[in-house]
Design a protein around this ligand. Structure first.
Ligand code: F6R
Length: 369
């Protein structure tokens, strides 16, 4: 039940620190990641994997896109992320060395179920990342890593998304340990980052009032763009999806590097653009590139709302608004940066008087293809 919250979505957004903590619980023992559910799967078969194909739809697919960056970096296994419905009908190249990882909150999404069944028929091994105990997709998979976000009632996925990224990161660290692609010190560093996320999420939630004000002030906006790079790119697309489904506002998420290849033509005076800014402490080249992207759109009149790390002063001269997130290692920033975007879409929906839990034309579980 809503337990005093004005909507299920508001309640579920606020439950994100617990969703992450509960998904980690029992999978980090004495600082070492070991997912009990993968034991049955066997270390030998994890060493045998040559390629990982992630299949999912919507928000779950964006969780997969975020995790691709981490899993490839940590395990050196090539990862591709496919929309389930595109994967199923294009004669994909898969064999017994392919690991197909499906992501589904409900575990009942027909497109994803069909992709998993197809992958198994082709001889691939399958792991399900799922939030619903005993659902169809985990039953049809060789192994399941449950997210423990708790029941998600609002149609728009929020806490399941951060739990999916968490489960996939745990999976990546488990595989990296088994395959020996990270040192013990590196593994420990990433585990520490993950364990710190629930506390940092609480900080983001406590400081989200400004996002609400912004949304109310922007309630007659007709189009919003979102930009990001690296792990910030899927977060930009997720921010756009939330705004489309909850506030019925046209929104697009772009890779910031793609701007000059077309989308910058959309920028006209007053166009609101959210920019997910990578940490200045991360990969040397990313941060200044995004700052210069901000300058380019600002010069054309965009109204820039930057989501940037606390203390990042480089964005200040060019952004109209800066929403701060706590410091985190670059791969872990998406778990924090997505929250202001969820809240923005939710507040804008409420400012327009819409039903935030039950947006028009959508169902929580899509059981038809
Ligand atoms: C967006 C949203 C959808 C789902 C998608 C997959 O907020 O909720 O995009 O993420 O329909 O659903 P599951 O995860 O149940 O397979």
């Amino acid at each position: 039940e809503k337990g005093g919250w004005s909507s299920f979505m508001r309640k579920e957004v606020s439950e994100q620190p617990d969703a992450v903590a509960n998904t980690i619980r029992g999978r980090v023992v004495d600082g070492v990641v070991a997912i009990p559910e993968l034991e049955a799967f066997g270390d030998e078969s994890l060493r045998d994997v040559r390629r990982i194909t992630v299949v999912a739809c919507g928000t779950a697919a964006y969780a997969g896109m975020v995790a691709k960056y981490a899993i490839e970096q940590w395990t050196r296994i090539p990862v591709e992320v496919e929309l389930s419905h595109e994967f199923r009908y294009r004669d994909p190249v898969i064999d017994e060395h392919t690991l197909v990882v499906s992501i589904s909150q409900s575990g009942e999404t027909m497109d994803t179920l069909m992709a998993v069944k197809y992958a198994r028929e082709q001889g691939a091994r399958t792991i399900s990342v799922c939030n619903t105990q005993g659902a169809t997709i985990p039953r049809e998979s060789d192994a399941v890593v449950y997210t423990h976000a708790g029941p998600e009632v609002a149609v728009a996925s929020t806490k399941a998304f951060v739990a999916q990224i968490t489960a996939l990161y745990l999976f990546g660290l488990h595989v990296a340990r088994v395959r020996g692609t990270l040192s013990d010190a590196e593994l420990a560093e990433h585990v520490d980052e993950l364990l710190a996320i629930p506390g940092k999420l609480s900080t983001v939630l406590e400081e989200s009032d400004r996002v609400g004000e912004l949304a109310h002030w922007m309630s007659d906006t007709r189009s919003v763009l979102f930009l990001g790079r690296h792990v910030g790119f899927p977060i930009a697309m997720e921010g756009a999806l939330k705004l489309k489904e909850l506030a019925y506002i046209h929104a697009e998420g772009f890779a910031a590097g793609e701007l000059k290849h077309g989308p910058i033509a959309l920028i006209e005076p007053g166009q609101p653009v959210f920019v997910v800014v990578p940490s200045p402490r991360g990969s040397a080249s990313l941060h200044p590139k995004v700052v210069s992207n901000i300058q380019e759109i600002r010069a054309r009149g965009a109204r820039v709302i930057a989501i940037a790390e606390a203390g990042d002063a480089a964005v200040l001269p060019f952004a109209d608004e800066v929403i701060r997130i706590p410091l985190a290692a670059p791969l872990f920033e998406p778990l924090l940066a997505v929250v202001p975007l969820q809240i923005f879409a939710m507040e804008l929906s409420q400012a327009k008087g819409l039903d935030v839990d039950q947006p028009r034309n959508l169902a929580k579980s899509v059981t038809v293809e």
